[in-house]
Design a protein. Structure first.
Length: 279
């Protein structure tokens, strides 16, 4: 690679935009494994107090600490909610994220899941820049170097954009985890193409988004870079999961030593988890 190409590569990485998106109990038309007859039925399910209580606990215990702990703080975290999201819950969401300048909250009416999410993502894109996008639901987490490794991955994968307008990064190693009054239970896991373990980098000239592709089908549509870095994601196990996968069957409580390692890897503090569940 010539010096000219190296400089172009370096500038593109420096100017790249990283966006994570969260569908926070958004009453989409489609996009869920559970079927509801009407948008009103779906909203009633999503906004049930017991369910929202759990989502907020997981969001506070898992998702937000992992984002606050990122070694590269130059990213946007887009949270999409419904226009009819309960006002007291919106206030709660804003209070939880008020210290995070990366957070953008958007309210949308019910619509087709992928269309609404894609429009939301494109509304915060900066023109003329490479854009790396990932999904991070309200019960999951990422490793503290996730954003930094995405930018590093873009630098290494830059020549691939000569032949493709998008490239995926797939991290295979992480944990299943359940939070509760006794702390955190985990199970090491190795998986391909989990939603929170994938990011897609887009050339500036495309308006496609990470939501245009089912995460299990990413490899069918673009070149992918698979990484085996340890401690890159946490998939939360809880009572209101929108998944039928039989996962997290061998969870074990973290020891005090492992609690410290887990905090270093993900920014998740087991003592704070216990306190959240005891409130």
């Amino acid at each position: 690679m010539t010096l000219r190409h190296r400089l172009r590569n370096f500038r593109a990485v420096l100017r790249s935009q990283v966006i994570g998106i969260c569908r926070f109990s958004y009453p989409a038309l489609g996009g869920f494994q559970r079927v509801h007859d009407t948008p009103e039925d779906r909203a009633a399910f999503l906004y049930a107090p017991e369910r929202l209580d759990e989502r907020f606990r997981l969001f506070e215990a898992f998702t937000l600490p992992s984002l606050r702990a990122q070694t590269d703080q130059n990213f946007t975290y887009l949270i999409v909610i419904g226009q009819d999201f309960p006002p007291e819950r919106l206030a709660q969401l804003k209070a939880l994220t008020k210290d995070m300048p990366q957070v953008v909250i958007q309210a949308h009416p019910p619509g087709r899941h992928r269309t609404v999410m894609a429009d939301a993502l494109n509304s915060v894109r900066k023109p003329g820049r490479f854009c790396i996008q990932f999904r991070l639901d309200d019960d999951d987490a990422v490793g503290v170097q996730f954003v930094a490794k995405l930018r590093r991955g873009l630098r290494h994968a830059y020549p691939m954009f000569l032949l493709s307008h998008l490239v995926a990064f797939n991290f295979t190693r992480g944990y299943y985890a359940r939070a509760g009054v006794n702390g955190i239970e985990t199970e090491p896991a190795k998986r391909l193409y989990l939603s929170m373990a994938i990011a897609i980098a887009f050339r500036p000239d495309t308006r496609l988004t990470v939501m245009n592709f089912g995460h299990h089908e990413v490899w069918e549509h673009m070149p992918t870079v698979t990484r085996i870095d340890p401690d890159m994601w946490v998939r939360g196990i809880n009572d209101h999961m929108d998944s039928r996968e039989p996962i997290g069957k061998s969870l074990e409580p973290l020891t005090p030593e492992n609690e410290a390692s887990f905090k270093a890897a993900f920014g998740i503090n087991a003592d704070e988890v216990r306190a959240i569940w005891r409130r």
